[in-house]
Design a binder for this molecule. Structure first.
Ligand code: FES
Length: 158
């Protein structure tokens, strides 16, 4: 499925908007569908949702930026999330994210020029017993030390 901002994807989003319009809690399922269809929720998509659900842009933007499952930037083929929750932070997560950022030349919250990697700092993902933790798409890596990072990245650089 194409994740670009095509008329076809907007039409699919409109189906979900029509299903939920006027119901309480309409925004979350529509945003989830938008994230799934487009891979991210740029202003153009937020504006479309705002106009069609008749919900103010400020409210939509607030929700999109609050929940980490939504993103304003296109995610990379491999999306790396480094947990910066308390348990992970005190066990050195900041150092991990710095190393990844330098190694891949991608800033936190951004996607590499190649589109291959995106990097994000996340809130607690509920795996504190494995702190510090990072995820690459569905893969979870825990009890990490700085020296583990090059080997992990190597697997995805291909
Ligand atoms: S603080 Fe990182 S998993 Fe909970």
């Amino acid at each position: 499925m194409s994740k670009s901002l095509t008329a076809e994807n907007f039409a699919k989003l409109d189906v979900v908007i029509a299903e939920h319009k006027g119901t309480r809690g309409a925004l979350m399922p529509v945003l989830h569908e938008g994230q799934k269809l487009f891979g991210f929720l740029p202003m153009q998509v937020q504006k479309h949702i705002s106009d069609n659900l008749e919900i103010p842009m400020a409210e939509i933007y607030g929700v999109v930026t609050f929940y980490s499952q939504f993103s304003l930037e296109p995610k990379g083929e491999y999306h790396i999330g480094v947990c910066l929750g308390t348990a992970c932070y005190v066990r050195g997560a900041q150092s991990l994210i710095d190393i990844i950022s330098r190694d891949l030349d991608v800033a936190v919250g951004k996607t590499s020029d190649s589109g291959k990697f995106s990097l994000e700092a996340t809130r607690c993902i509920g795996a504190c017993g494995l702190a510090p933790v990072l995820t690459v798409n569905e893969d979870v890596y825990g009890r990490l030390v700085d020296g583990d990072i090059p080997g992990i990245l190597e697997k995805y650089k291909g």
